[in-house]
Design a binder for this molecule. Structure first.
Ligand SMILES: Cc1cc2nc3c(=O)[nH]c(=O)nc-3n(C[C@H](O)[C@H](O)[C@H](O)COP(=O)(O)O)c2cc1C
Length: 276
């Protein structure tokens, strides 16, 4: 029985201490839940909450794309166990992230009745990325998504008003794209037609300019088990060394990172059981 399974079955935190050093316990816990729910595509939906520099907040669903493969060499982030997402550079969240990289991701697993919340720092990897390894991670991610998902990045600017839209009952002939076509900001992407009305073929091999790989480096994971009485809750926290490095490099340094005991190695996590 793995330590994650032991905890799910209600075994004590002592077993947690014996978790293999290579994978933080929260990674095992997330993997265990994903494995249990592998037939349910919605188990990969996560809520991503961000905040603007002036404190406004936003939350939206995103799809969890797995963990980032290891990078070698010196990097601002510890490139292990980072949660991957993808997004469009033109979306509002990217503007928010540019001014405040702090975020929380939340996921709930229906069958096990477990909630995991990941507080961390985001890195947005767009076409201007200069580090070869991060840039490669973006290209690799592009290759891993479907043609349909790629196509979306060539569409009109997300979030802009659609002129002529008259509300939910407006008749678009059963095709939402009719509305999209009305957008004054239609950027001509995939929907563009060459002269003669023939659709231009979009190059789906090369990442779209607005395609971004978004990664979250968690520094605090809050894991709640709703099943059982009493409910159980564990908080996993990375040590101060990591937090300090993030704080030093973060443009939005005004936001304080909670301080933790600094007696463990930089890559280690402290796990504590708290009242649920
Ligand atoms: C189930 C579901 C999955 C979604 N996955 C993503 C995703 O992976 N990336 C993304 O940028 N938006 C995704 N969206 C759309 C976002 O929730 C959001 O509407 C969009 O990104 C614009 O958000 P923003 O204006 O806060 O930037 C998803 C929406 C739903 C309902």
């Amino acid at each position: 029985m793995s330590s994650a399974e032991a905890r799910a079955s209600g075994d004590g935190a002592e077993r947690a201490a014996t978790a293999p050093a290579t994978k933080p316990l929260w990674v095992q816990e997330l993997n265990r839940n994903l494995q249990k729910h592998k037939r349910d595509p919605t188990s990969k939906y996560m809520q991503l909450a961000t905040a603007t520099a002036d404190g406004d907040v936003s939350c939206r669903w995103v799809v969890f794309r797995g963990f980032l493969e290891a990078l070698s060499g010196e990097h601002e982030f510890e490139p292990h166990h980072m949660l991957k997402m993808i997004t469009d550079l033109r979306s509002t969240k990217c503007t928010e992230i540019a001014s405040n990289r702090r975020a929380e991701v939340c996921v709930y697993f229906r069958d096990t009745r477990e909630q995991l919340r990941f507080k961390g720092v985001l890195k947005l990897i767009d076409k201007s990325e200069t580090d070869a390894q991060w840039a490669r991670a973006r290209t690799v991610q592009w290759k891993q998504i479907s043609d349909g998902a790629r196509q979306a990045f060539f569409g009109p600017h997300p979030g802009l008003p659609i002129h002529g839209f008259e509300g939910a009952d407006a008749d678009d002939g059963g095709d939402g794209d009719a509305q999209r076509g009305d957008s004054a900001q239609h950027d001509g992407g995939t929907q563009d037609k060459a002269e003669g009305g023939v659709e231009k073929k979009q190059d789906l091999e090369t990442p779209a300019d607005d395609f971004c790989l978004l990664v979250l480096q968690p520094y605090r994971v809050d894991h709640l088990f709703l099943k059982g009485q009493p409910q159980r809750r564990f908080v996993h926290v990375r040590n101060t060394g990591f937090d300090a490095s993030i704080r030093a490099s973060d443009a939005a340094a005004a936001v304080e990172v909670p301080r933790q005991v600094d007696t463990v190695a930089p890559t280690e996590w402290i796990v504590e059981q708290v009242i649920a």
